[in-house]
Design a protein around this ligand. Structure first.
Ligand code: F6R
Length: 250
């Protein structure tokens, strides 16, 4: 694994396996340190394809090395509007299938933004409040969308944005079409943490894999910070790591 510095940004470049070991090490250290202090570890988690091998590695450490998630509180970045928890494409379901079902997390400590809130603004405020009440996010995992979204903070999302209801960009809907059996089945809206919410985390890591992410990673790390590429605001974070495979790093 290589550590490369770009101005103020730090990229860790390696194979998917190396990236996952390194990220799982961070999570494990945090969980174990907090457990030793009798405290909870507050994780911010992402869905999508990128983190799947990382979640597999965490499950392996739980099974084979006794890594316990009993002191984990998690907050997911986002959720599609209108997909209940029993919908297989809901991010709630994806998190259970890929991680939570296989570890000893307490269900009541798992938080995913609500998919069908009666009052979206109020629900968004409550999500923010729950994060604050937990003491803030210790470690936030991100993927990146083809146009630079983090969470579902699409182009135009400002630095100060907080958890809110958003409309999905055309590209995001198109990217999800295969999973939903056609663009017409993809939800048009979602609830997402804001850029500001993400930047409040004590440590932020963004994972990107594959050549398809190369151009947007470059623009996010080296381009001007702007709402045109919401991931570019990550340059502001003082404890930010970019975890890239060879394809994404280019
Ligand atoms: C998912 C999320 C999104 C994804 C991004 C990349 O919770 O917040 O920002 O991280 O769309 O998706 P994949 O990993 O499928 O390329």
């Amino acid at each position: 694994m290589k550590k490369v510095e770009f101005g103020s940004q730090i990229a860790h470049v390696g194979s998917t396996e190396e990236l996952c070991v390194s990220l799982a090490d961070e999570v494990e250290k945090l969980i174990r340190e907090r457990a030793a202090e009798g405290k909870m570890a507050i994780l911010g988690l992402a869905t999508g394809k990128t983190p799947l091998p990382l979640y597999a590695e965490l499950v392996r450490r739980h099974r084979e090395e006794g890594l316990s998630f009993a002191n984990v509180v998690s907050f997911n970045l986002d959720e599609y509007e209108g997909l209940g928890r029993d919908h297989e494409r809901s991010y709630w379901a994806e998190m259970w299938v890929n991680l939570f079902d296989h570890v000893d997390v307490v269900e009541g400590n798992v938080n995913v933004p609500p998919s069908e809130p009666e009052d979206a603004e109020r629900a968004a405020g409550e999500y923010e409040e729950a994060i604050r009440a937990a003491g803030g996010i210790d470690w936030q995992l991100l993927g990146i969308g083809g146009e630079g979204h983090i969470g579902f903070n699409e182009k135009g999302s400002e630095l100060e944005s907080r958890t809110r209801r958003v409309e999905l960009a055309k590209r995001t809907v198109e990217d999800a079409a295969d999973d939903f059996g056609g663009v017409e089945n993809v939800p048009t809206h979602a609830m997402t943490m804001g850029v500001g919410t993400i930047l409040d985390a004590k440590r932020v890591v963004l994972m990107a894999r594959g050549e398809g992410k190369q151009e947007i990673v470059k623009r996010s790390m080296e381009g001007e910070m702007s709402a045109d590429v919401p991931a570019s605001f990550l340059q502001k974070h003082e404890n930010m790591g970019w975890f890239l495979d060879e394809g994404a790093a280019g």
